[in-house]
Write a protein that binds this ligand. Structure first.
Ligand code: HEM
Length: 494
């Protein structure tokens, strides 16, 4: 062992960052958490510091536990820290490697990012979609009023409707819309498939060669089924746009915008198709999780709800819905949205970046090919940054009595560097309008069953996007005027 150590130390230009003890051959394979990985990553952070290193069968994995380190690596050295790893299950077997989230860093990646930047790269660019969000959120409130016990389905349907309208100009007409259902299936499967440690083939890639009938190769059958769903989601809505364009009735959308013009090459069309898919897939599950967590927080923290409602009542009054034009006048509600993004961390371990060159960071050796995982959950629950991080307290984001607001969660929750979430302006606006319109007209509270008040459990799921555990809550109109507002027509005028 001593001799081996000598060789390693000689070969490497610096030591690896500290981490759990590695075993011969298997390295840290037994240390890699499969469930709620952010809990273990946080323990590592406390034990080894902000940069932890593990190795699994020669694959170096670096876990980061502070925003500063994540920025220093993935922002400041973004040319080296912006690739994506090869993910055997989701990327190769299911086929996601063609989409933006798994696109290798390079020219095609830049083509994808240009598309996103054009359509949603600034607050002003996403303003165009505000009317869609307001109208669809109004429709959401109507559905919640009719069937409050189906909250999660209503959130999924609404987010799916807005995203599909933006990506393909498709207006969801009725319950059980085929494209919304398809999009939901695709994103759920992707989230399950890409959770760190969920599939053994991601740790032992040679398993990909095992035939599907082989005992233990159930993952291959799953991959085959998921690939079919993915391919349908890439082509079916795209065909819808093209048919509409031929008929001259296509509304402006991400896809129609990028397909317009006489000569779009086959390669360009391919990227447009997959860009729109990336938008739908990455934008739906994440936003659903955030909006659902808003209802969980409001069930658990009635005082916060009352404060936000008091602010909305004072600024907007009871006779109309709040709109985006009111945002600057509603600082507490704005702080509430920040606290939602901090308290329920939608992407607790971010999305892995891959290092394309050897690097020495803070005196530690980060070899080429390392996978970097930011522990975003801890970054947003770090007591060095947030006072009483487990407490739900929007006021932390308001300046008060000479005290500065605490750090914006958006510095971490949307990821880092050149891979930062390209949908962040859209997501932020969407969560804000859902919050403000819902609280304007509804009281959300705990349900009472057989005389007993049920307190929902806070138990977020594992997965690339983490969801609150399904819960029951009571959702009732706040007043007769609120009921009237909800029941008004919700027409799409844009
Ligand atoms: C609450 C909502 C959302 C959260 C918390 C979130 C978070 C994230 C995170 C953490 C990443 C990984 C960044 C990195 O690699 O460092 C990401 C990537 C991405 N997000 Fe989001 N996101 C949200 C909503 C959206 C929306 C609405 C869209 C599209 C409209 C979207 C599109 C994407 C895409 C395409 C990527 C891949 C970017 C790339 O690989 O270059 N996201 N998001």
């Amino acid at each position: 062992v001593y001799l081996v150590k000598q060789v390693v130390i000689k070969k490497n230009p610096a030591p690896y960052p500290p981490g759990p003890r590695r075993w011969p051959l298997i390295g840290n394979i037994l240390d890699m958490p499969r469930i709620k990985p952010w809990v273990t990553f946080t323990e590592w952070g406390q034990k080894y510091g902000d940069i932890t290193h593990i190795e699994i069968l020669g694959q170096h994995i670096i876990v980061l536990n502070s925003v500063k380190t994540a920025m220093d690596m993935m922002d400041s050295k973004s040319t080296v820290y912006s690739d994506r790893p090869v993910i055997p299950m989701t990327g190769e077997l299911v086929g996601w490697k063609t989409s933006l989230p798994l696109q290798p860093y390079g020219d095609r990646f830049r083509m994808f990012r240009r598309h996103f930047h054009k359509v949603m790269g600034t607050c002003a660019a996403v303003d165009i979609y505000n009317v869609i969000k307001e109208v669809e959120t109004h429709r959401f409130l109507k559905r919640v009023l009719a069937k409050p016990d189906q909250l999660q389905e209503h959130v999924r349907r609404t987010v799916g409707a807005v995203i599909l309208r933006i990506s393909h100009g498709y207006e969801v007409q009725k319950n059980n819309d085929p494209f919304v259902n398809l999009a939901n299936r695709v994103t759920t499967q992707a989230s399950q498939g890409s959770a760190p440690g969920a599939f053994m083939v991601d740790i032992l890639p040679f398993l990909a060669k095992v035939p599907a009938w082989f005992p233990g190769a159930g993952f291959k059958r799953i991959a085959h089924e998921w690939r079919g769903t993915l391919e349908e989601m890439v082509s079916a809505p795209h065909k819808f746009v093209k048919d509409q364009m031929v008929a001259g009735i296509a509304p402006v959308s991400f896809t129609s915008n990028l397909l317009e013009g006489s000569d779009v090459s086959a390669e360009e069309e391919h990227v447009v198709k997959w860009s729109a898919l990336s938008l739908c897939a990455s934008g739906t599950d994440t936003t659903v999780s955030a909006i659902y967590s808003l209802f969980l927080a409001m069930t658990l923290f009635p005082d916060v709800q009352k404060k936000a409602q008091a602010e909305i009542d004072a600024v907007v009054g009871p006779d109309r819905f709040p709109t985006f034009a009111d945002r600057d006048s509603l600082p507490y509600t704005d702080a509430l949205v920040k606290e939602i993004l901090r308290w329920h961390v939608v992407a607790p371990t971010g999305f892995p970046h891959r290092v394309t060159e050897d690097d020495i960071h803070d005196g530690y050796y980060i070899p080429k090919g390392s996978i970097v995982l930011p522990n975003i959950w801890f970054m947003l629950n770090d007591p060095r940054t947030y006072a009483n991080p487990s407490q739900f307290n929007p006021e932390r984001f308001l300046a008060k009595d000479g005290k500065k607001p605490e750090t914006e969660p958006r510095t971490a929750c949307f990821g880092f560097g050149r891979r930062i979430c390209p949908g962040l302006h859209l997501a932020d606006a969407f969560i804000w309008i859902s919050t403000v319109m819902s609280l304007a007209v509804f009281d959300i509270s705990k349900v009472v069953e057989h005389g007993v008040e049920i307190t929902p459990e806070v138990d977020p799921s594992s997965g690339t996007s983490s969801h609150p555990k399904p819960f029951k809550c009571s959702i009732k109109p706040r007043s007769a005027i609120a009921l009237e507002l909800i029941e008004q027509d919700a027409k799409l005028s844009a």
